[in-house]
Design a protein. Structure first.
Length: 484
């Protein structure tokens, strides 16, 4: 087919529907002849234009076009908006932020039925200094009750006095430099007339596995006086109860515990008649207690806990000792009651059952009296011993005890006095030695002690009746005595 070019058509030239115009089929069939009407129909069947580029159309309507990228919009000024700001229907244009703001609706405050969202009103000059806030009504106002600032003085603590009202807590002062709060309750200067604690705290604990702490005050003592107090409770400016930083507790008058029935008063420490002073066996007060001081009866002090049906524990009263070499232990004195004319006795009692009875009396003049009808004064187990003569009745013996028995050599009795020496380190030169026949004597013997000196005495013996062979046993007791 001959390439026929169409030329000479000017823009806007009219073409009749019956005019013949060459065209190319999309399926590659080749050039065909189309009428203008057929070409119109052909073009309207959504052709895909690949190349060449369309260029810049002189005009066009994109009403039904989609997929236009944002970058395809013509460049507009910085911080501009695309909008219609004319107030009537018109094509959009780039508008400034100020113009866009003037278009948006303002916030409408609540007047009872609720408001609407929108741009908030700008605060006026001086609103910040006046302490104004935007309220729900949509206006900038000063909260009621403060006059533009919190109530009271500059250091008083504020509290909410109403829905939108601040108030100053009278008697309060906050030291921001030292971060210290002071509270003073004076009832308006005349004193309070009803009980109303200045601090009234409450807390509910409800976890059995948790160790709770109700009040906690932790001090970091980088540098402070040794007399610094963690707590100081006063009346009239005078300290009544204080806790020093090292834990020393001081009470000016008394300290009592109702549950424990113990009180520390100005006159001393007192306990109820059912309480004891106890000493534990360890460094902790919660260790087992094994020493008690308790009230047995009126004006009676008992060592040990209350009486029990069985298993009572033996008690010992001791005095401080010197443990250094070549030292002498201090005296232990029991001082009886005195009087203007004569003093009272010191009575030592024992209990046969549960009732005490006096067994020994020490008189104000220094006398020691055994007052039990079947008791007496003497030596107990450990103070005595025994010894036997070896070869004859004149053979000396050694027994270093204040009392004991000497078994004589077996021989015939004799009316002729004979002697033997008893060496005894327990005897002093001023002591008195008492002798008697205990047993084993067939004959009647006369005994006497003589030549008493430091460390020994002599026994003289003879019969006053009978000369039979026998083995007398002699009892002896040393009574301690002095010459001054």
């Amino acid at each position: 087919m001959v390439d026929t070019r169409i030329s000479g058509l000017t823009a806007g030239s009219a073409v009749a529907d019956a005019d013949i115009i060459p065209a190319v089929e999309t399926a590659g069939i080749g050039p065909v002849k189309k009428t203008a009407l057929q070409l119109k129909t052909y073009v309207s069947n959504s052709p895909t234009l690949v190349t060449p580029a369309l260029g810049t159309p002189a005009s066009g309507t994109l009403t039904n076009c989609t997929g236009l990228p944002v970058g395809g919009i013509a460049s507009i000024a910085a911080t501009s908006f695309v909008a219609n700001s004319t107030g009537a229907g018109a094509s959009p244009s780039a508008v400034s932020a100020a113009t866009a703001t003037s278009i948006l609706s303002a916030m409408v405050g609540d007047s009872g039925a609720g408001g609407t969202k929108g741009l908030v009103p700008a605060p006026g000059a001086g609103d910040s200094a006046a302490g104004k806030f935007l309220n729900a009504g949509g206006t900038w106002t000063v909260p009621a009750g403060g006059g533009g600032s919190p109530g009271g003085s500059g250091t008083e603590v504020q509290y909410r006095a109403g829905v939108s009202t601040f108030g100053a807590m009278s008697g309060s002062a906050w030291d921001n430099t030292n971060q210290a709060l002071s509270l003073t309750s004076t009832g308006g200067g005349t004193g309070i007339t009803t009980s109303n604690p200045i601090l009234n705290l409450a807390q509910t604990w409800n976890a059995g596995a948790v160790t709770f702490t109700g009040l906690k005050f932790n001090v970091t003592s980088t540098a402070s006086s040794a007399s610094s107090l963690l707590v100081d409770l006063q009346t009239g400016g005078a300290s009544q109860f204080s806790v020093r930083k090292d834990g020393v507790v001081t009470a000016s008058n008394s300290f009592t515990t109702t549950a424990l029935n113990v009180g520390m008063l100005s006159a001393g420490i007192f306990v109820g008649n059912t309480a004891n002073f106890g000493f534990s066996s360890g460094s902790s007060v919660f260790a087992a207690t094994d020493v008690y001081l308790s009230r047995a009866a009126a004006a009676s002090l008992q060592i040990g806990a209350a009486d029990v049906s069985s298993g009572a524990v033996a008690q010992t009263l001791t005095v401080q000792s010197n443990t250094g070499a070549a030292t002498t232990g201090p005296d232990f004195s029991i001082v009886g009651s005195g009087g203007l004319t004569t003093g009272g006795n010191i009575l030592i009692q024992t209990k046969a059952t549960t009732t005490g009875a006096t067994q020994l009396k020490i008189t104000p003049s220094g006398g020691v009296l055994a007052v039990n009808a079947t008791g007496g004064i003497g030596y107990g187990t450990g103070a005595g011993g025994t010894v036997t003569q070896a070869t004859s009745r004149t053979t000396g013996v050694t027994l270093n005890k204040v009392s004991g028995q000497i078994t004589m050599f077996t021989a015939a009795g004799s009316a002729t006095p004979a002697t033997f020496t008893v060496t005894n380190s327990a005897v002093a030169a001023t002591d008195v030695v008492v002798l008697s026949i205990a047993s084993g004597a067939t004959n009647t013997y006369n005994l006497s002690a003589s030549s008493v000196s430091a460390g020994s005495f002599v026994i003289t013996f003879y019969t006053s009746g009978g000369t039979a062979s026998d083995t007398p046993v002699i009892n002896f007791a040393v009574i301690k005595a002095v010459a001054a």
